[in-house]
Design a protein around this ligand. Structure first.
Ligand SMILES: [Cu+2]
Length: 90
């Protein structure tokens, strides 16, 4: 890749980016404060569909169950993704 492209990637990794996605809860872990979600593609981050763990508050972890379809917003910074809002889909 070109140097310009590489710099842009480095920049993207440092800046926190807000994004929205929908997916299915795979598991919740109250101990580590994580919700694992099989999510659809996230255009804002150029992510394909994948299953990954998101950091979440105890209230957020308690608000969803495995198997539930959810709609959520998160902040992505480098390898860390933190949920800012999550709600079951109707
Ligand atoms: Cu992902």
């Amino acid at each position: 890749m070109s140097e310009a492209e590489h710099k842009q990637m480095a920049g993207d990794a440092q800046a926190a980016t807000m994004a929205m996605a929908t997916g299915t809860v795979e598991s919740v872990d109250a101990g580590t404060g994580k919700i694992t979600i099989a999510h659809g593609p996230v255009e804002a981050l150029k992510w394909p569909a994948m299953t990954m763990a998101f950091k979440a508050s105890p209230e957020q972890v308690a608000s969803v169950k495995p198997g539930q379809k959810v709609e959520f917003e998160f902040e992505s910074k480098g390898m860390d993704s933190t949920i800012t809002r999550i709600a079951p889909m109707k």
